[in-house]
Design a protein around this ligand. Structure first.
Ligand code: MN
Length: 414
């Protein structure tokens, strides 16, 4: 890897190193939301950078940097967005640069407000971790036949809802709904007793595809702009009662949290790894070559009200059985089109051992094995006023590219 340094100082374990340059939407006091990148503990104002002429050679419309979503910027296409990222990397690296004459374009991350980075058109959630699908199958169906017959042939997914996707830091009211209590004859309407997180990664579509024209697996990467952390909040009791026969609905769509910085596929390139062996062989349209999984360390923590943080899971994005290009090739194989700003989420990312499970459903095994937090309280699921935080980063040979965090607090129902 080419060694880079930056004249912006940051700690070795900083997620937003010179190798990263993730894009997001931020606002400062009395100024409207606009594009920024994260470097160290700063946000660099791209509307300002564009105004000063630093992108003039790229021939990109300056207006895209003053928008309140990344969509128009992403729509300019990868050749341009890559050049913007590389221009910024160059301006921020080394010992000095012309950008140093514009200190007002840098803001402390702690002083800005981050917004949902993308206007999300459609949102699809996959179910692509074999460990997660096996655990759920063991709990709810048949331990001997935990995986359904389609699972190793199809990257299983469902269409979710984009209106309730919120940015990290926004809190969530505990959802109410119909629950079928144990041994009851009729459902009751009350607050969910089983609010859970799902540790996921999401990817943002970077290029439209045409209706009726599948995106081939070879071309799929061209359609992926970047990735973010994603918490697919789930109400297990609402989900359990409603999901037959059409799948997830109100148990899922009350909220999902997205981290504010979109890390580009280019920034993640050094962290590619081989994925798990797929057996039996997949259909030809799902056959891929090269390294298509990414070694991204993922953590989940629970912080009770006024309490301290408890890490409850260490997982990794590399565990995914189905990778992103397979998901996208499958999603479009029937002619379904995708659009810039669509979000595709991985599904809960669990590893093989209990410390790497990506949901409380698995960690506490459907409530049968509660965990004890460092304040002595127990958890089967998420309590009122608990904050759930997810973090993720890739690291190799001293190079770190991270995602920051996605967090939200569960507030009591009305
Ligand atoms: Mn999910």
């Amino acid at each position: 890897m080419r060694k880079l340094t930056s004249w912006i100082s940051y700690k070795e374990d900083c997620d937003f190193s010179i190798y990263n340059i993730p894009f997001g939407i931020f606002s400062t006091k009395n100024k409207s939301p606009r594009l920024g990148i994260a470097i160290g503990d700063k946000v660099l104002d791209l509307a300002g950078v564009a105004k000063q002429g630093f992108f003039d050679k790229i021939k990109i419309d300056k207006k895209v940097f003053s928008q309140n979503t990344l969509n128009d910027f992403i729509s300019t296409g990868k050749p341009k967005t890559k050049k913007v990222r590389l221009t910024l990397q160059k301006l921020l690296s080394g010992k000095s640069s012309a950008l140093q004459d514009f200190p007002k374009l840098f803001h402390n991350q702690s002083a800005v407000k981050m917004h949902l980075p993308v206007a999300i058109g459609d949102y699809t959630d996959f179910y692509s971790s074999i460990e997660h699908a096996t655990n759920v199958g063991m709990m709810f169906r048949d331990p001997a036949n935990a995986l359904l017959p389609n699972w190793r042939h199809i990257p299983v997914g469902y269409h979710g809802r984009s209106s309730s996707i919120i940015v990290s830091g926004e809190n969530i009211k505990r959802p109410k709904g119909q629950l079928m209590m144990k041994d009851a004859k009729r459902p009751v309407y009350k607050p969910s007793q089983r609010v859970d997180f799902e540790l996921e990664m999401g990817f943002i579509i970077g290029k439209d595809s045409a209706l009726g024209k599948p995106v081939s697996i070879e071309k799929a990467e061209d359609h992926i702009f970047g990735l973010a952390l994603f918490n697919d909040w789930s109400a297990r009791d609402i989900q359990k009662w409603e999901y037959v026969p059409l799948g997830p609905f109100l148990g899922k769509n009350f909220a999902s949290s997205l981290s504010p910085w979109i890390v580009t596929l280019e920034a993640l390139d050094p962290f590619r790894v081989q994925g798990p062996k797929q057996k039996p062989a997949v259909q030809p349209y799902l056959k891929y070559s090269g390294l298509q999984n990414y070694d991204i360390n993922l953590d989940v923590s629970i912080t009770p009200n006024k309490g301290s943080e408890n890490i409850v899971s260490h997982s990794n994005f590399k565990f995914m059985y189905w990778n992103m290009i397979q998901q996208l090739a499958h999603h479009t194989v029937n002619g379904c089109n995708v659009r810039v700003g669509d979000l595709m989420a991985s599904g809960t990312i669990s590893g093989k051992d209990v410390n790497s499970y990506g949901s409380m459903l698995e960690i506490a095994w459907a409530g049968s094995k509660p965990i004890t937090l460092n304040d002595g309280t127990q958890r089967k699921f998420i309590n009122d006023n608990d904050t759930v935080t997810m973090r993720g980063y890739a690291e190799k040979e001293g190079v770190r590219v991270g995602f920051g965090e996605v967090k939200a607090k569960i507030l009591p129902s009305d």
